[in-house]
Design a binder for this molecule. Sequence first.
Ligand code: ATP
Ligand code: NI
Length: 318
Amino acid sequence: MSGVLLELDRLSVRFLLGRDAEVRAVTDATLHLRPGRVLALVGESGCGKSVLASALLGLLPGNAQVRGKALLHNGTEQEIELLSAPEPVLAGQVRGRLVGLVPQSAATHLTPVRTARSQLVEAIRALDGPAGADELAERVGLDPADLDRYPHELSGGMAQRVAVALALAGDPRVVLADEPTTGLDRPLVHRTVDLLADTATADRAVLLITHDLAAARRVATDIAVMYASRIVEAGPAAEVLTDPWHPYTAGLLGALPDGGFRPIPGHPPDLTELARIEQEWGCVFCQRCPDVPGFAPCTGEPELLDLGGRWIAAHPPC
Ligand SMILES: Nc1ncnc2c1ncn2[C@@H]1O[C@H](COP(=O)(O)OP(=O)(O)OP(=O)(O)O)[C@@H](O)[C@H]1O
Ligand code: NI
């Protein structure tokens, strides 16, 4: 293996809305997910995290335009370029088998009229999964007896675990976990992210999408920070979370209790406005950037630069 399991190279997604309007949901996202690692993708609501995950699995609606590359390295077998892979490859080899997904709002994806067990057993069968339903339940910290409940009989935490078990049913190399801890109390958040991190063994990895920085801090080995469709900073979690380079990352950390509860004033821009904002300001963060006295406009579009394993969107003079 090349040392990278999943390699995103300038992945961009736009939703065409007609009349020249478009949503720039993901712009030039470059990421490397390595075996044995948990990469946390963090950022405020609406910045493009879920769209990025959906693009990797070919789950975007018809008005989406996708550019860039996403190479899935599959051990000794051939690599698969996910963005151009035909639907039969995605359905037959990728979804659930090589790449498992814990979808956002996972509980709503469970079929209400069937028990958790019947849905899990069906997934195991369809994906030729090596583990049985009870074994998977135990792995995700569920009492196997709870699998015999219907979705409405499951607590939010249990349903979330069933979703994780479903994502693991096909024994995937990569798990994409999209906000897997929403609505859980702190101890359950810890248990859920811990069990996800446990799946990142030698030849496997996890992309943990979350806006819970505390959860990311707990389990992530690497972190990528997304703002208004762009990755603005990425690198080893221990470094980025203690010594952030980008003012947005610093702002996110400052909003945490131990950062002093000082959220960045303002809101992220409307993603239909990004082209205009970049043209006018140079950088999409400029309007909230504390380092720009008097909101002086930055010049030039930011580029994600690799500075010895730490990545930063350069947007001088912010
Ligand atoms: N089918 C679609 N058509 C148009 N715009 C869309 C579509 N799907 C998503 N978007 C937009 O893309 C942007 C990114 O959405 P996304 O769901 O990826 O955000 P997110 O970072 O996952 O947010 P959250 O943390 O709330 O889940 C949003 O502005 C959203 O409105
Ligand atoms: Ni999302």
